[in-house]
Write a protein that binds this ligand. Structure first.
Ligand code: ZN
Length: 291
């Protein structure tokens, strides 16, 4: 089970989100047949998207995270909701690169560094909230931290980790977002930065069996740590035959007529979960007649 902890430290001056997402990332790996490098990239990406989803205030709000740094993975897309549930895809899930100079999966090289990280929040208003920052390292954690700090003006540290097992299944995955609230003591950020650098990588801690509570305690137990909520979340696609049919109808009479004449049947596949929806010629005819 994947989950997110919502917590604070230092009398509320520090806002914390800790996620254990091993199962969620393993589900994404199975659905998309991700290579180890793609698992690390998309795994970090959906871990961040899930925590950012939980930050949404309205129950029906959604968040769409996209990133394209011009690297061989192509587009990364993740959609999350206020429950922390996520669906995602990557253009080239088969892309696998040699380990980088640190001996780690080369997420930065696979994502690339020439492009943008985009955040779109649908808050049920007429216009969605849109934020964009240039990609810094392509390692994703740094890029999300940069987004929060520059675009939302909330100084943040983001740690994301995915450990891929020798059989290429996901051994451990998780993340941590640390945010300084307005008026927080300047030294607090420095102390937290030191501590984050001192602890072993998150994915290693999670692989050793540490829980989200354990990790928060390692970092903040002397800082008035308060854990408020544990939110269970998962990889979940909300597509359905009805939704796909509505999208087809939205193409309009002309395009449907063309499809009816040119195709024996229409086969559409959901990007997020690979479910196939097949519409026979007769059904297309009915759609046109019902327009
Ligand atoms: Zn789907």
């Amino acid at each position: 089970m994947a989950y997110i902890l919502r917590a604070t430290a230092a009398n509320g001056d520090v806002r914390l989100f800790a996620a254990i997402t091993t199962d969620m990332v393993e589900e994404a790996r199975k659905i998309h047949n991700l290579s180890p490098t793609a698992s690390a990239a998309l795994g970090r990406f959906i871990t961040a998207a899930s925590m950012m989803g939980v930050m949404l205030k309205g129950e029906k709000d959604t968040l769409t995270l996209t990133m394209n740094g011009g690297g061989p993975l192509g587009n990364l897309v993740a959609v999350s909701n206020s429950k922390g549930n996520v669906k995602a895809y990557v253009s080239h899930p088969e892309v696998d690169l040699p380990l980088n100079e640190k001996g780690k999966l080369d997420v930065g090289g696979a994502v690339g560094r020439n492009g943008f990280l985009n955040v779109v929040k649908d808050l049920g208003l007429r216009e969605p909230y849109v934020g964009q920052v240039p990609i810094r390292t392509g390692e994703i954690g740094d890029d999300i931290a940069y987004y929060f700090t520059v675009s939302e003006q909330v100084p943040s540290a983001v740690a994301l980790g995915v450990l891929v097992d020798t059989d290429i299944s996901i051994k451990a995955a998780g993340g941590l977002i640390v945010q300084m609230m307005p008026g927080a003591n300047e030294f607090l950020a420095d102390i937290i930065t030191f501590r984050l650098q001192e602890i072993p990588p998150l994915s290693q801690l999670i692989a050793e069996g540490k829980s989200g509570e354990d990790i928060l305690n390692m970092l903040f137990d002397d800082m008035d740590l308060k854990i408020y909520e544990k939110i269970e979340c998962k990889y979940e696609c909300d597509c359905s035959r009805e939704r796909v049919e509505r999208a087809l109808i939205a193409l309009g009479r002309e395009e449907l007529n063309r499809l009816y004449e040119e195709e024996d049947r229409i086969e559409l596949q959901c990007h997020f979960c690979n479910t196939k929806y097949v519409f026979e010629k007769e059904e297309i005819k009915n759609m046109i007649e019902n327009l």
